[in-house]
Design a protein around this ligand. Structure first.
Ligand SMILES: Nc1ncnc2c1ncn2[C@@H]1O[C@H](COP(=O)(O)OP(=O)(O)OP(=O)(O)O)[C@@H](O)[C@H]1O
Ligand SMILES: [Mg+2]
Length: 395
């Protein structure tokens, strides 16, 4: 294997656990991740397989590490039996609190934010799970004629060409069979593609810390995991998830009996800030403060240009989905991400899209003995959804 390919081998772990089909502890597992004070290992532990028993002993602890474009968030959990988790630590750090300085190297700034976010967290015997998302990823649920897993493994690259928006040679591919029916002669598959350069960049960032991820997931699937774990979604229900971050809004549609759908919409928190800077003549830090303010007058009105674009794109996606699947009647919109907290946004989306909207609490079913861990976040917990989704991977 070429050095480059070795680096991206980690993505072959994508999708090993979705919808709780496989148990985290049944995965082939790597050695204990290096601790920060240790020198970088010559050979990546990713390639040193250990048995599940050793994993069971080594890592009941997981760290979900969400490297966003605006902030780094991490959540460390301890697994206490099936579906039971205890919160051990939380960290979050903005990458450029005063705005992007073009003189600064974005990679260095991100590395520094990761270091600060995990500062003080004991990573010993902790499996680290990160994710990649946004425009570098594409996820599709596709239907193929029935074939054996072996046949599928060799056919997938060829089939994938028809479904992914990237050049097949530029991506790391993975897939998960979610349904097979010999009778109807069909296979339902979730196909994931991630641009190789982004995977490499992501791993490089982590090597600078240094941490070695056990699994690299994709954002939308980890978000679905977080929601499924914490919410009771009826079998016949299907929900719209909107992760509204800073650069990107990830829209997913999820339900037990419906086709999984994901779309990245490039309208998000930074566009709201831009509207405020332009509309109110404010600097970036002042506009950010205004956006987060408890009683900022005319906030929704000020960001309406971007909000309307966002609503239009969401509507288009929902209509497209309904036309494609002939399914009607989404039950609810669940908001995650830092921008979910924008005052009045939930009500606005609910009115415009005609659906109930709720802001997600990713800790609803997690045992939080030390409430002081979450105290600094107040009610602003929805931005930790992805980090939790990564840390509970396997449920
Ligand atoms: N209380 C708040 N009210 C309004 N906006 C907020 C609030 N708190 C955070 N934000 C905004 O949320 C965004 C950051 O959210 P988040 O941390 O989810 O983004 P990210 O994961 O770093 O970005 P992305 O997912 O787009 O890569 C920023 O635009 C920030 O200004
Ligand atoms: Mg994000």
């Amino acid at each position: 294997m070429k050095e480059k390919d070795k680096d991206i081998a980690a993505t072959n772990r994508l999708l090993e656990v979705i919808r709780g089909k496989r148990d985290f502890e049944s995965l082939p597992v790597d050695s204990e991740p290096p601790q920060r004070e240790e020198a970088k290992p010559e050979r990546s532990p990713i390639h040193e397989k250990k048995t599940r028993d050793s994993f069971g002993l080594l890592s009941k602890k997981t760290l979900g590490l969400d490297i966003g474009s605006h902030s780094v968030k991490c959540v460390q959990l301890e697994r206490r039996g099936a579906g039971a988790y205890r919160l051990l630590s939380v960290g979050a750090r903005e990458i450029a609190p005063e705005g992007i300085d073009l003189e600064e190297d974005p990679k260095k700034m991100t590395v520094s934010a990761i270091k600060k976010a995990i500062e003080g967290i004991n990573l010993k015997k902790t499996a680290i799970i990160t994710a990649i998302g946004g425009v570098s990823t594409a996820i599709r649920q596709i239907e193929l004629p029935f074939m054996t897993e072996r046949e599928l493994a060799s056919a997938i690259k060829w089939e994938a060409r028809n479904y992914i928006p990237f050049d097949i040679n530029d991506v790391e591919l993975d897939y998960q069979i979610i349904n097979t029916s010999k009778v109807s002669n069909k296979l339902d598959i979730i196909l994931v593609s991630v641009i190789k350069d982004f995977v490499r960049y992501h791993i490089e960032l982590l090597r600078e810390i240094p941490v070695e991820p056990q699994i690299i997931d994709v954002n939308p699937l980890a978000l679905v995991n977080a929601v499924m774990f914490n919410e009771e979604i009826e079998r016949d229900e299907f929900v719209v998830l909107m992760d509204i971050g800073d650069k990107n809004t990830t829209l997913s549609i999820y339900g037990e009996e419906c086709q999984y759908f994901v779309r990245n919409i490039m309208i998000s928190g930074n566009d709201f800030t831009d509207d405020i800077m332009r509309g109110n003549g404010l600097s970036y830090p002042d506009a950010e403060r205004f956006k987060k303010g408890e009683d900022s007058v005319g906030l929704i009105e000020t960001i309406k240009p971007s909000l309307d674009n966002l609503v239009r794109e969401v509507r288009r996606s929902l209509t497209f989905y309904e036309n494609q699947t002939k399914i009607k009647g989404f039950s609810t919109i669940i908001l995650t991400g830092g921008s979910a907290l924008l005052r009045g946004l939930d009500g606005y989306l609910s009115t415009e899209l005609g659906l109930p909207v709720e802001i997600f609490n990713p800790f609803r079913k997690i045992n939080v003995e030390q409430t002081s861990l979450l105290a600094p976040f107040g009610n602003d917990l929805s931005k930790l959804a992805l980090a939790v989704g990564l840390a509970i991977r396997g449920e």
